[in-house]
Structure formats: C-alpha cells, structure tokens
Design a protein around this ligand. Structure first.
Ligand code: ZN
Length: 64
C-alpha cells in the first residue's frame, strides 16, 4: 500500500498555493489558464490577472 507520505501536497508552480485536484498541478483555473496561455507565447498577449473566460475564481472551483 503506497504511503501518502511519499506524495506530499504539491504547491501550485505559479503562486505556491496548495493545488486543487481539478486543476492539478495548479491551484485554480486562473493559474492553469495562465500557464497554458504562457505556452502560446509572444503571439498571444494576455492581460495580467485576467482569466481568459472572464471569471476570477481564486479558490477550488469545479467548472461544470
Ligand atoms: Zn496558483
């Protein structure tokens, strides 16, 4: 049986908050989207702290 101690709670690579399973390895959709958008690079400018879909959920939030 794997021990949970072998898998410590990971922190969001962007802001350091505890990650959410729904958005792992990130803490929220905002961080996830920001990371994804960063991969698009220079050709796709995104305002800081401006989620692509206009929402601003800071906490764990399941988008159904
Ligand atoms: Zn985060």
């Amino acid at each position: 049986m794997p021990s949970k101690s072998s898998v410590k709670a990971r922190a969001c690579p962007l802001c350091g908050k505890p990650r959410a399973d729904a958005f792992k390895p990130f803490c929220s959709r905002g961080c996830r989207d920001r990371d994804l958008l960063s991969w698009f690079g220079e050709g796709y400018r995104v305002p800081a702290d401006q989620p692509a879909d206009g929402t601003a959920d800071q906490d764990n939030f399941t988008d159904e």
